[in-house]
Each structure stands twice: as C-alpha cells, then as structure tokens.
Design a protein around this ligand. Structure first.
Ligand SMILES: C[S@@+](CC[C@H](N)C(=O)[O-])C[C@H]1O[C@@H](n2cnc3c(N)ncnc32)[C@H](O)[C@@H]1O
Length: 363
C-alpha cells in the first residue's frame, strides 16, 4: 500500500522525540514507539560493552544490516566518540531503501545537539551518493510535511533555499543546499569537523540491495553485526537459518551480533548456525533482544534450560530460505508446513507446564 505522497512509509515521532518510521507494505514500525534513539542505544550499542571489548582494537569492522535512517550506526559512533576511541571504524551498511540511507544525515534523531559531528561524518561519507541521486533526497527534504522531522540545523538551510529571496531552478536547489552545508560543516574551513573525521578514520560503505544478495558477496570478517530487520513472523527473509550461516561465516572470532528480537525461532537458527547465544535485558531487567558470538565469554547471560526448552517447542521452529532467494510468503508457507509435520508442544503449553512444575518443586 502507498500513501498520498507515493511513499511506502511515513515519518512519525517516537516518545523520546527522535524521528521514527512506519512502513505501509510491511504494516510495521521501523523503531520502538518508546524511542528510536533510545532503542538503538539500549538494544544495539550498550550490549556491546565497547569500553571493555573494543577500545583497544586498532580497527573495528561493522556490518549494519537494515540501516534504515541509521540509528544503530549513529548510536555506535556516539559511544565511540564518548569513550575516545582512537582506531579506525569501517562500517558496511546493508539497506535496499536508498532514499532512507541518503536522508539519514538530515533526520531529527536526537544526536545532533551534542554530537553534530555524527551527522557531518555521515553526510561527508554519503556526499557523492547524495549528489548523484539528488532527486531521491530532495523528494523528502523539500516536502513541507517532512520539515518537522528534519534536524533544525538543516531546516534553516532548506528554508533559505526553498522560501528565501533567491530564485533557484528546482534541480539546482538541492545542489546549492548541499554545497552550502558542505562548505559550512565539512570543508577545510571547519577545523573541528575535519579533526574529528581524521581522528576517527571513518569509512562508510553502502550496499543498496537485498541484504541476502549482498551477504553472499561479502568476504570480510566483522567485529560487530547489527541485525535490525522487520518482525520475523511478518518478514522472515533476514532471519532464516541460511542467513545466519552466512553471518557466522562473516563473523570474526570475537564478533558480537546483536538484535532486538527475542524470538525462539531466531535463537534456534543462530544456535544451529554455530553461534553461542544469549539474552539481553534492559535497565529494568526486561528481555530486550538477543546476542550471539563465536566466543562464549563475550556473552553475559547465556540461554538457560528454560530458554532451550522454549526453543524445542513449536515456537522455536526456525525459518528456512534455500539459496537465500525465497519470497516471504514462500518462507512462511514452508515454515507452517514443517511446523505441522513436527507436531511439537506449543510454547503456551510449555510455559504452563513449566510454571506447574516449578510450583510443585516449591511445595
Ligand atoms: C526495522 S527497520 C530498521 C531501522 C533502522 N535500523 C534505523 O535505524 O532506521 C528495517 C529496515 O530494513 C530494510 N530492509 C528490509 N528488508 C530488507 C532486505 N531484504 N534487504 C535490505 N534491507 C531490508 C527496510 O527498508 C528498513 O529500512
């Protein structure tokens, strides 16, 4: 389904004031309603324990799967700046929606006030792509309905070009806008930004394709993997056993993979692809995702007997995607068929039975 503005998504505000998105096709939100920024920091970056495990590394290689408007990458950069990381950062981002990626530096995301350099770093890294595909970005930036979702710093530039006294030919509006920002923020004249860019040795490489196609072509060993795909039961394409086998291949020995999903089916696929798997908890000790690594010592809360029991119920039947090219519908259909054949105990029965057994044990 497409909305009035011919987009398959719309911008929304999340509760921490950062901009989120809703997708009409997937009928799914891209970020937690409680806060897009807060979610990236709590579920994706905090579990990495960067100060302990990464600060001494000379280079950190990151795979950001489903980059969207870049919250996980931004939250990671913020933390690396905070802990004064001195090494190189190389981020490969996988996202089939180019428009979102190219808009990401300009979004009102809650990082800009304290860390404007994050936006400038992304803008600098994506500058050529943005200039070459300026229609994509201008369709978002120049839409009056979107103004409130853009970082106020950029709004001023946009307003000046759109509504100012200069008359520009539409194609040149964005070009003038981009060059103006570049001149103000990134060119040699702005020493602070240049220093930050050099110190961080930052390389961002975008791959605008189905992440399944990209993943087959990649060869590097990554230290951090963010997996932020849509809900597994709605769009299982990036949660299959075959996909995790590829991620395992691309993981360095000390790699940490994090995702917001608590799904038993996802954890089962991770385990079967070779990873050690653990649970993530938020500040209030509520489950908030899953962590996986080749190296068990990097996982604080490993899955326990109860979690493994859950994985062995019908809820833990993982998705399969032979050759990584099936449609979501095909994956879900095959999954349902396999679940029926296996005829496993349901998760609700398992939870009830477990509660009963625990009560008996206490009496
Ligand atoms: C839940 S959102 C992720 C939000 C994102 N991390 C952010 O900070 O904005 C899922 C994203 O995955 C992208 N996506 C979904 N399926 C994909 C696929 N097969 N390959 C590449 N990107 C995909 C969507 O376009 C969307 O941006």
């Amino acid at each position: 389904m497409i909305n009035d503005s011919n987009k398959h998504y719309k911008f929304i505000f999340t509760q921490d004031g950062s901009t989120g998105l809703y997708n009409y096709d997937a009928d799914d939100i891209y970020h937690s309603v409680f806060g897009a920024k807060e979610e990236a920091e709590a579920k994706f970056v905090r579990p990495l324990n960067l100060r302990k495990f990464f600060i001494k590394k000379q280079e950190i290689k990151v795979l950001d799967i489903c980059y969207g408007i870049g919250y996980n990458t931004k939250a990671l950069l913020k933390k690396l700046i905070q802990i004064k990381y001195k090494g190189k950062i190389k981020i490969d981002l996988l996202e089939y929606d180019k428009e979102l990626v190219l808009t990401s530096p300009f979004i009102k995301d809650g990082f800009f006030k304290q860390y404007p350099q994050i936006s400038f770093m992304l803008f600098n890294a994506l500058f050529d792509e943005i200039s070459n595909d300026s229609n994509l970005v201008s369709s978002i930036l120049c839409d009056k309905n979107n103004i409130k979702f853009l970082e106020p710093f950029y709004r001023a530039f946009i307003k000046r070009f759109l509504f100012g006294r200069y008359v520009y030919i539409p194609e040149y509006i964005l070009e003038a806008f981009l060059h103006n920002i570049y001149y103000h923020c990134i060119s040699q004249r702005n020493k602070r930004t240049v220093k930050c860019l050099r110190n961080n040795n930052f390389v961002l490489t975008p791959y605008f394709d189905d992440a399944r196609n990209t993943i087959k072509r990649l060869t590097g060993e990554y230290d951090i993997i963010f997996l932020d795909a849509f809900t597994p039961s709605k769009l299982p394409t990036l949660w299959s056993l075959e996909f995790f086998i590829e991620l395992y291949r691309l993981s360095s020995l000390n790699c940490i993979l994090v995702t917001y999903s608590n799904s038993a089916a996802v954890r089962h696929a991770m385990l079967n692809s070779g990873y050690y798997v653990g649970k993530l908890f938020d500040k209030d000790k509520r489950p908030c995702g899953t962590i996986a690594s080749k190296y068990p010592d990097l996982i604080e809360n490993k899955l326990d007997g109860y979690d493994i029991g859950l994985i062995n119920t019908a809820a833990g039947v993982y998705y399969k995607d032979k050759d990584l090219c099936c449609s979501s519908e095909e994956i879900l259909k095959e999954h349902e068929k396999r679940k029926k054949c296996l005829n496993l105990e349901s998760s609700s029965q398992y939870i009830k039975r477990n509660k009963k057994e625990q009560t008996h044990a206490c009496v």
